[in-house]
Write a protein that binds this ligand. Structure first.
Ligand code: ADP
Length: 581
């Protein structure tokens, strides 16, 4: 079994020798062995490949000299010497007559090397039979997974979030090699070289303009753009596409198992931004709504669970904020009960409930909800239609969400797996300083000396704080430094979305006046602050409950907001109970 990594690998050639090829897609839990064998500047794919080979053996492996990282992997594996057949294919970076000739010679060299190693004979008939038919273009609307190589695991994880087909247009899904009709045995190598080089170019090619056809289909509804950590090649294409009209979101992976919650939130929030979803079609309801009906939005966050009750006129009648306990469902029920008590209403009077936040799928039995990105945007717009950028800093996430003048999300970015710039970061630092996090804001007022917390990593930042305490730095100065560090992180997210005012800050960290001041200094204008910033997500979820109720009243089949008409799961109905009144 021959492993390969690159779509330019001549797998039909190996079929000609009667050998089977399989693409190597490592999924690793860490990089200990790889980091011990190389420097850490390799891209995440190369490190994962190296880790996999060091852990499980290299086997027969064909690499391509497409970048320095892969060349380093080859050097290390060659030195390790456990592979019976390890080959570095010399790939030209262009598809000119000269490049095809050169590549034909390289293919011949590889064929000779493999024949000498395996002792097998090459059969032109087997070679010819190995060419797969070119994939048919999608016949119905689809999303394209574009950018750097994507694993099958990632594709499946994405497809689980989306009802539209996700087409893998990265190099791992877009191998399209066919021999020209006029090939003859005596021009075999030239014809094959030209078929391989004639594929949709990858971003390592000098002229990647042929990639434009990947986004030209009228059936393309949006692009999920994938990049691999520490690989820059695809950022150029991303920047170009970003300037166009195609709805697009970016995800980055590092060949370790993805954080499923974050991935789902990103993709679902992206789907919610696409035009013509079933949700948008249901705007402008409320005409024949029972005037006594009440509607609930619940935001099940990592730190707090919040509930908002609206009446049929979409006025807030009560809200609650409680700490999230071990079980999201129980905390949601508790938050709802507190809000109901405040409003003097009974649970039975709730016509419909919609959940958002990380715990949304744990509320009820796998119920449906709307992502907190869409809900924070809707909540912010509900409170102030001037808002064009929402800065939401919660316990485990910080997000920047951009809205248009209708309140629709046009772009968003989130922090990655790291806790820098989140409430958790401040909670941990407050603990180190033996402070209550709710006192950090007022403490910041007394700062005098600039203290820089240079590390973005929470663990290292904690060590920095410990050493600042040891140096007898004033607590107010350290706190101020921490707030500056959060603002710097947020400033980077704002720059990534090219955010503009007016800005609203939501989430629990908005209660910290020190962080607010630090962000205001960065953006150069005052933030709009809701009276209770923690309820903004729940407030955004509640109008969806009204819309869903109206959809049922109108006998529309889709009970739930349903991105791209994904069939609703039956489970969870009890939570999202819809009572006709
Ligand atoms: P999530 O949505 O993830 O549950 P929240 O929006 O509730 O998060 O925000 C939680 C964070 O807000 C906490 O980690 C804490 O840092 C911060 N926070 C909460 N209350 C206060 C407060 N009174 N003063 C300052 N910070 C606060």
């Amino acid at each position: 079994m021959i492993h390969y990594i690159c779509k330019y690998t001549p797998i039909e050639l190996f079929a000609g020798f009667g050998a089977e090829c399989i693409r190597r897609e490592p999924l690793v839990s860490g990089f200990e062995l790889a980091d011990g064998a190389s420097h850490q500047n390799l891209c995440a794919f190369s490190r994962a490949l190296l880790e996999d080979c060091l852990q499980n053996g290299t086997g027969e492996l064909i690499l391509v000299n497409c970048c320095d990282s892969i060349r380093r992997v080859y050097d290390i594996l060659q030195e390790k010497g456990d592979s019976p057949f390890l080959y570095l294919l010399d790939l030209p970076r262009c598809d000119t007559a000269c490049a095809r000739k050169r590549f034909a010679l390289e293919l011949k060299r590889l064929a000779n090397a493999y024949a000498a190693y395996s002792g097998r004979a090459f059969s032109a008939a087997r070679f010819q039979a190995a060419f797969a038919p070119l994939p048919a273009p999608p016949a119905r609307p689809y999303l394209s997974l574009l950018g750097a190589r994507a694993s099958q695991a990632l594709l499946e994880a994405l497809q689980n979030c989306v009802s539209l087909p996700v087409q893998n247009d990265t190099c791992t899904g877009k191998r399209s090699v066919s021999l020209p009709a006029d090939w003859m045995p005596d021009n075999l190598w030239e014809a094959y070289a030209s078929a391989l080089l004639g594929q949709t170019p990858c971003m390592r090619m000098t002229d990647p303009t042929g990639r434009r056809r990947l986004t030209e289909s009228p059936r393309l509804r949006g692009v999920i753009y994938h990049t691999v950590k520490f690989c820059d090649y695809y950022d150029y294409e991303y920047s170009r596409l970003k300037q166009g009209q195609i709805p697009m979101t970016k995800i980055e992976t590092d060949y370790t198992p993805p954080a499923p919650g974050q991935l789902t939130t990103r993709i679902e929030a992206f789907l919610e931004t696409l035009p013509n979803t079933s949700l948008q079609k249901r705007k402008g309801e409320a005409a024949n709504m029972n005037q006594n009906a009440i509607f609930a939005g619940i935001d099940s966050g990592s730190t707090s669970t919040n509930a908002v009750l609206l009446n049929a006129d979409k006025h807030i009648i009560a809200y609650s904020v409680i700490p999230t306990g071990a079980r999201a469902g129980e905390s949601a029920q508790k938050a709802l009960a507190v809000a109901l008590q405040q409003a003097g209403r009974r649970k039975e009077e709730i016509a419909c409930t919609v959940a958002t936040g990380y715990g949304r799928s744990h509320i009820g039995a796998g119920g449906q909800g709307v992502t907190e990105i869409t809900c924070h945007a809707k909540g912010a717009f509900f409170l102030n239609p001037q808002v064009r950028t929402v800065i939401d800093i919660g316990g485990q996430d910080s997000k920047v969400i951009r809205l248009d003048e209708t309140g629709r999300v046009t772009d968003f970015v989130m922090n990655d797996k790291c806790a820098a710039g989140t409430g958790r970061f401040l909670d941990m630092m407050a603990r180190t300083l033996e402070l209550d996090v709710s006192r950090m804001g007022e403490m910041d007022r007394g700062w005098k000396e600039t203290v820089t917390i240079s590390s973005m990593c929470t663990v290292f930042a904690e060590s920095e704080v410990v050493s600042l305490i040891a140096q007898n730095k004033r607590t107010a100065d350290i706190v101020h430094g921490l707030h500056q560090s959060v603002a710097t992180k947020i400033s980077a997210l704002l720059a990534r979305t090219k955010a503009t005012g007016s800005y609203m800050m939501t989430g629990g960290v908005a209660k910290n006046e020190g962080v607010r001041r630090a962000i205001e200094e960065k953006i150069g204008e005052p933030l709009i602050l809701p009276e209770e910033p923690q309820i903004c997500g729940a407030l955004g979820a509640a109008p969806y409950a009204c819309n869903q109720h109206k959809a049922v009243s109108d006998n529309i089949n889709h009970i739930f907001y349903n991105p791209l008409n994904k069939p609703p799961a039956c489970a969870g109905l009890e939570m999202f109970c819809i009572r006709r009144s």
